[in-house]
Ligand binder design. Structure first.
Ligand code: C5P
Length: 203
């Protein structure tokens, strides 16, 4: 059995939480594709050209402990604009999506570019204010010193860059189900996602 669940949406919308919960519920593998771009971004902050950083990416790069910082998030969205960087990461993501046993991938272009044939496509979104509040809480809980206004500015800047780029811009696939978590709890969003996958498994 191979079933692909594509979960896209803007920064801090709850994609990761939903993707992990769906993967755990069904025993599917999960790939947070943002980590690939973050790892490339982190390497460019060390001076490596973006294309080379993407083409020589190593599994160990994905376990660096600085990938969740705001600086790396911005660097990730800057390298994500470069078509050669996206191309270098494509095969790995597609192979992951079609592995036996089912896969959940979350990112920005999974339902539109990486897996246009995914059996389930979700687009998870929320207002920028709500997303910034969630990210602020997440970062401060990890002990990072950040200002809420800066987190909001970071989220808005990344959204804009992600939506306006020419190659694989952030947008819902035509056949994606939109889950707006502005006033929907993450638990309710997880339940809705699980129900969609259940329906696809029965089809
Ligand atoms: O999801 P996350 O916030 O970790 O993603 C970091 C950045 O990586 C995003 O702002 C986006 O620019 C880029 N990205 C992308 N395509 C994906 C996943 C992430 O362009 N599939």
């Amino acid at each position: 059995m191979s079933l692909t669940v594509a979960i896209d949406g803007p920064a801090a919308a709850g994609k990761g939480t939903i993707a992990r919960a769906v993967a755990e519920h069904f025993g599917f593998a999960h790939l947070d594709t943002g980590l690939l771009y973050r790892a490339v971004g982190a390497r460019t902050l060390e001076g490596l050209p973006a294309r080379e950083a993407a083409e020589t990416l190593d599994p160990a790069d994905l376990t660096r402990d600085d990938l969740r910082t705001p600086d790396v998030a911005q660097a990730a969205s800057k390298v994500a604009v470069i078509p050669e960087v996206r191309a270098a990461l494509l095969d790995f993501q597609r192979a992951f999506a079609r592995r036996a046993g089912g896969a959940v991938l979350d990112g920005r272009d999974i339902g539109t570019v990486i897996c246009p044939d995914a059996e389930v496509k979700l687009f998870v979104t929320a207002s920028a204010e709500v997303r910034a509040d969630r990210r602020f809480l997440e970062l401060t809980e990890k002990g990072m010193k950040v200002a809420r206004q800066e987190v909001l500015a970071d989220v808005v800047a990344r959204d804009q860059r992600d939506m306006e780029r020419a190659d694989a811009p952030l947008k819902p696939a035509d056949d994606a189900v939109v889950l707006d978590t502005t006033s929907l709890s993450i638990n309710a969003a997880v339940e809705a996602a699980i129900a969609r996958v259940d329906t696809a498994l029965r089809a």
